[in-house]
Design a protein. Structure first.
Length: 234
């Protein structure tokens, strides 16, 4: 019998997560979202190596036996399943008036088979359902240990961040909370990875830019409203 795990998700949640996922990266396992059932709560992770977003999935939005899915593995780590971004982006949500209905992401695991004393792990496929339905295999790779980049210390020293990534975090936060005027808050953390507040049941991490600029600055004299005295040759 095929074992199923169905996740019901707001389309804006997937849209938000995909902003942080890699595109056409040689690290192919980053070109999608990781559905991780292995921890204390089911989560979805997106990263491109420079920023990361983690969104908790409410248990009420999971239809299946989470305990069993913690231990399933076809590729990569047990309980982690990477879905290609192209498939997730290809399925649009059904709409009732102006309201978009949730999407459903279903993982289907075929039973393991014992042949000649060798256990063959059952294949896992993914079905994404909205207006249309798309089916795919998992990305054949191991997702990075994303928990290792979560900030464990806090250094309030300000630092520099990629401006586009900061703007993207505002877009992500706005989609997650349903408020176009919302802004994400970054907790500066010196040269360490920094925590980004994305509201309830979501968080972000951003890596600082490396810079050889001095920590101090000064205002140049040419902005003054007073004339600058010219040097007189001796």
């Amino acid at each position: 019998m095929i074992d199923k795990m169905t996740i019901t998700l707001n389309a804006d949640v997937l849209k938000a997560l995909l902003i942080a996922a890699a595109k056409n990266d040689v690290r192919y396992y980053l070109n999608g979202l990781c559905f991780d059932f292995s921890g204390a709560a089911p989560v979805i992770i997106a990263t491109d190596g420079h920023r990361l977003v983690v969104k908790r999935i409410d248990n009420d939005d999971c239809e299946g036996d989470l305990q069993r899915w913690k231990n399933y593995r076809e590729v990569g780590r047990a309980g982690q399943f990477i879905v290609n971004r192209d498939v997730l982006e290809s399925v649009k949500p059904m709409k009732v008036g102006r309201s978009a209905l949730p999407l459903q992401v279903t993982f289907n695991k075929e039973p393991d088979v014992m042949r000649d004393g060798v256990n063959t792990v059952g294949m896992i496929t993914v079905e994404v359902k909205g207006v249309t339905t798309a089916t795919t295999r998992l990305i054949d790779g191991t997702y990075p240990d994303w928990r290792r980049v979560l900030p464990t210390v806090q250094d309030p020293l300000p630092t520099q961040y990629n401006g586009q990534y900061l703007a993207d975090f505002d877009k992500i936060y706005a989609l997650l909370v349903g408020n176009s005027k919302a802004h994400a808050h970054v907790y500066h953390n010196g040269t360490n990875s920094a925590y980004v507040d994305l509201g309830d049941h979501a968080l972000g991490v951003i890596m600082p830019l490396r810079s050889d600029k001095e920590a101090t600055y000064w205002v140049p004299g040419w902005v003054s409203d007073k004339p600058v005295a010219e040097s007189v040759a001796a």
